[in-house]
Design a binder for this molecule. Sequence first.
Ligand SMILES: Nc1nc2c(c(=O)[nH]1)N[C@H]1C(S)=C(S)[C@@H](COP(=O)(O)O)O[C@H]1N2
Ligand SMILES: [Mo]
Length: 338
Amino acid sequence: MKNFVRRPWDLPQRLHTPEDVYRDRKLHRRRFLQAMGMTGVAAALPFVSGCSEEATDEQIEKAGKADPLTKEQAGVYPAKRNDAFDYGRKETVKRDALEYTNFYEFSPSKDSWQHVGAFKPSPWNFEVTGLCAKPRTFDMDDVYKRFSLEERDYRHRCVETWAMCVPWTGFPLADLLKLVEPKKSAKYVAFETFERPKEAPYQAQSSQYPWPYQEGLTIGEAMNELTLLATGLYGEPMPKQNGAPIRLVVPWKYGFKGTKSIMKIRLTDKKPPTFWTTVNAAEYAFEANVEPDVPHPRWSQKTEWMLGSKLSPFDEGDRYDSVIYNGYGDYVAKLYKS
Ligand SMILES: Nc1nc2c(c(=O)[nH]1)N[C@H]1C(S)=C(S)[C@@H](COP(=O)(O)O)O[C@H]1N2
Ligand SMILES: [Mo]
């Protein structure tokens, strides 16, 4: 939990946070206090809450930073923005997207940035295999040299109902698949991450889970122009906790499809097993498109809340109605017409 009211001896937040963010947070704080019935005199009390020290933006950024930029990377960031995409909402504050993440290999509690210290995302190779004419292995310098990277503003929707709007740096997965020349028989693409219990503490602790994390798409979904392999976030190389050095981004599907830290891409004729369908098929389907009218067995999917907008678990946050295909129907609805 966060400190909602700073103590007199703390550095004022505005000294290390851009002014608009600071103003935003103050607004949220006021709303929270109002929701708790603490207005007027009570809101002026300096010790309303204070469970633990709030990390600074710098601490969070530093914890997630991979190695210094290589020559190849340095030329890439920030990549040219693709203006065809915009959120239609306010961009999520960087700090919030780096602080609150799902990356079970490190932690089941959204705080992976605190547990990625031993993770080594470079050097990094990933192989592309299976039903294709030219299987091959890429290292990250290959990726930076061979593909044309761009920045895209995408909405992201987690199956747990939180959402964010963030600028990814990446390139269409289709560009990579074309290079390896998929065979006609390839109907699915499977993605797999690492198995490194020495670097990933929760992977070491939770042998009941079917590591390594795996996901899959149909070949049509994988070739769709929206589907990205992302190497960066907010104009910089991908923070460790967001999936360094390369991850999948599939913005019309629930976030768990977006495999982080990919080590294998495999073309196959069979629907691949996936991490969450193996853990709980009744709750996490293979297709996993954002569909507001299809409730999760334990909660409604009709609305979503924006990361960074809740100041306590009791706060509603900024809520929006969820949209079919997360609003990307123009690009993908055709995939699901039978
Ligand atoms: N390897 C791996 N990839 C993963 C996950 C994970 O636990 N492990 N979590 C998924 C889930 S549930 C979501 S919502 C997104 C979150 O991406 P973000 O933390 O960068 O916002 O990553 C997905 N990719
Ligand atoms: Mo998620």
